[in-house]
Design a protein around this ligand. Structure first.
Ligand SMILES: C[S@@+](CC[C@H](N)C(=O)[O-])C[C@H]1O[C@@H](n2cnc3c(N)ncnc32)[C@H](O)[C@@H]1O
Length: 281
């Protein structure tokens, strides 16, 4: 049985990171090793041909590397949080078919995967919930998903390639609400500046039906986040490609130039926000 992914929807975008993990595991086995991604791609009823063609081009493969590296970075953040909070909730927002919880699972933590109900329906067939794992079908803008999270031992959230599909004010409200609801929690997510979002306008965002890119999330200066909520105790950022493991020395000259371009002009970063520990009341 193959699972259909509807084209030209926000949900379709889950195919992109999945494919990048498959392609990068084939092309850069010394850096990536994700056999699950290949298995999951194989279980989808989806025409991969045009994306495969793109990822075989120089620019396309570079984009794939970035997206695959992003998962590595966010997995690092999850594992880092679990060192101090081994029984914490690991919450993957806009999870698609990403299995970061399983890659980080220490046998004690709790895993939550949140995405639209139709995505979660497919996910439950392809990646059935395991022990201590719960997949939840919600629109992230409907905060009742928060009621389902047991954060009594801490919570670490990731959102990988997700906030670009939310309007900026929605991301702000969501992060504020989370900081109030999950004291001592941490969220890590990827961001780029408005120039980068403008570039995406012609590709992924357009395919997802987003044309009014200006209203959607991008970040020209991460210091702005400090003013979003008094409950953020720390906002830090790192480069995608160099901040967690530096893959720059491993790359050829053209990709080295592209990394520098992205760091300097697109401001592609992993943002990490810590929520204050003290409770509101
Ligand atoms: C580019 S995909 C990334 C999937 C996954 N994070 C990964 O890295 O493989 C974006 C995901 O965000 C989900 N998404 C976007 N907006 C959402 C919303 N408002 N509520 C829930 N999920 C959302 C989409 O359904 C899709 O699965």
């Amino acid at each position: 049985m193959k699972y259909h992914i509807e084209p030209n929807t926000v949900q379709e975008t889950l195919v992109i990171p999945l494919m990048t993990r498959k392609v990068c595991s084939e092309k850069y086995p010394d850096l990536f090793n994700d056999e699950e991604a290949a298995r999951i791609c194989g279980s989808l009823d989806y025409d991969f041909s045009s994306r495969e063609k793109l990822m075989n081009s120089t620019a396309g493969l570079f984009g794939a590397l970035e997206v695959a590296q992003r998962q590595f970075d966010l997995l690092y953040e999850v594992k880092d949080y679990l060192k101090k909070h081994p029984k914490a909730a690991v919450v993957n927002l806009g999870c698609g078919l990403d299995d970061t919880f399983r890659k980080a699972d220490n046998g004690l933590c709790l895993g939550y995967n949140v995405d639209f109900p139709d995505v979660i329906q497919i996910r439950k067939d392809i990646l059935p919930d395991k022990e201590r794992e719960l997949s939840l079908g919600y629109d992230l803008n409907d905060y009742t998903w928060m009621d389902r999270i047991n954060a009594s031992e801490g919570a670490v959230f990731i959102a990988s390639g997700v906030f670009y599909y939310l309007k900026t004010f929605r991301v702000k409200e969501l992060l504020k609400a989370m900081s109030e609801r999950f004291p001592g929690g941490v969220i890590a997510f990827d961001a780029c500046n408005s120039f980068g979002a403008g570039m995406m306008r012609h590709t992924w965002l357009k395919e997802a039906g987003i044309t009014d890119v200006k209203a959607y999330f991008s970040l020209d200066d991460e210091n702005d986040l400090n003013f979003w909520s008094e409950r953020f105790s720390s906002v830090t950022s790192k480069s995608y490609m160099r901040g967690y493991r530096d893959i720059y020395p491993r790359l050829g000259l053209i990709y080295k130039i592209m990394v520098q371009f992205c760091d300097r002009f697109v401001n592609m970063k992993i943002i990490r926000i810590e929520f204050r520990k003290d409770r509101l009341f």
